[in-house]
Ligand binder design. Structure first.
Ligand code: UDP
Length: 341
């Protein structure tokens, strides 16, 4: 299995995101990105540099990878610092925006690193909010669809309050992100901080890890398919997810961070087209021409049965909706994966 793929700085992806941000300026802003060498963080750093910002990228490389941002290392406006944001940090200079992404996010990691996950999203969020407060910066928190837990309303709107098993294996992530949201609203109410909360639904694309404890379903299935080894479906594969290509996700996130008039808002960002995991596996087998068979494995506890966002609010407030469908996005990831074989 592929342990680590070379990152790519894809013109297509960057151009797509930049086009979606043409009405927003980050020119000459100084922006702190925690988790800046992770999957989403590294795309955010790169796009912000293209938009003329100075970017301070903070990462402790727990799940982020230096090679996601190695190609930016010599950019005159890029500063990369190794730091765990669950410990205090002061950039020592004015920042205009703090994007707090630092956290492990794969369910496979929840079992092995629950304390770190709790810390990144509680202490880490508090520390990142403290920086925003000190320098009067705007704050973007990347929350998650996981805060809805085993939801009962579909598509799920922001007003749904969630159904989370506090004590379960996913509790460390779900409850920490819920606490992170509460921290944001507390700083907003008590200190007037301009906070924005994104609830990110399943996202995939280049730079997402497929290896070890980090792999999410799409990179895992693609990795298995291109190596013709069995595709590991958890449970009966009837559970659903809605998959957003990274260009659409980053465009949505940076629209939320950059547009005026969104202080204190929480917005779902994801693709509203729902797929079963079984159908996802079949599509990946077809697109890769794989000989892999389906191998049914026990369902992990508390794995949500359905997940699909209501993006009405995002369409209205961000003037945004996803553009790439799953087949097209998968084709792009598979092409990249094949190049690195
Ligand atoms: N999944 C699977 N096989 C795998 C990995 C994941 O069937 O090898 C399923 C998992 O049980 C879940 C869905 O795919 O229902 C999405 O899993 P992922 O780890 O990407 O994140 P989640 O959406 O659960 O947070």
């Amino acid at each position: 299995m592929c342990a680590s793929k070379p990152p790519l700085s894809s013109t297509y992806e960057i151009e797509k995101i930049i086009t979606g941000l043409s009405d927003i300026s980050f020119d000459d802003h100084t922006i702190l990105v925690t988790g800046g060498s992770g999957f989403l963080g590294s795309w955010i750093c790169e796009v912000l540099l293209h938009k003329g910002a100075e970017v301070i990228c903070l990462d402790n490389y727990a799940s982020g990878r230096p090679d996601n941002t190695d190609h930016l290392k010599h950019h005159p406006k890029f500063i990369r610092i190794v730091h765990d944001i669950s410990k205090p940090y002061d950039p020592g200079r004015k920042v205009d925006l703090v994007c707090h992404l630092a956290s492990r996010a794969s369910p496979l990691e929840f079992e092995h690193y629950p304390i770190q996950i709790l810390k990144s999203n509680t202490l880490g969020t508090m520390n990142a909010l403290g920086i925003a407060r000190k320098y009067e910066a705007r704050f973007l928190f990347t929350s998650t669809s996981e805060i809805y837990g085993e939801a009962s309303v579909f598509p799920t709107p922001e007003t749904y309050r969630g159904n989370v098993n506090t004590l379960g294996i996913r509790g460390c992530y779900d409850e920490a992100k819920r606490a992170g949201e509460a921290f944001c609203m507390a700083y907003h109410r008590q200190h007037g901080l301009d906070v924005r909360i994104a609830r990110i639904f399943n996202t995939y694309g280049p730079r997402m890890r497929s290896d070890g404890h980090y792999g999410r379903v799409i990179p895992r299935f693609i990795d298995q398919a291109v190596h013709d080894v069995p595709i590991t479906i958890f449970g009966d594969g009837k559970q659903t997810r809605s998959f957003c290509y990274v260009t659409d996700q980053i465009t949505g996130l940076l629209r939320l961070a950059g547009l005026p008039g969104l202080t204190g808002e929480v917005i779902n960002i994801g693709n509203p087209v729902e797929w079963t995991i079984h159908d996802l596996a079949q599509m990946i087998i077809e697109l890769t021409g794989s000989k892999s068979e389906l191998s049914y494995q026990p369902m992990p506890p508390d794995d949500p049965t359905r997940r699909v966002p209501d993006i009405t609010k995002a369409m209205d407030k961000l003037r945004w909706k996803p553009e790439l469908d799953l087949r097209e996005g998968l084709r792009r990831v598979i092409d990249e994966e094949k190049k690195s074989l």
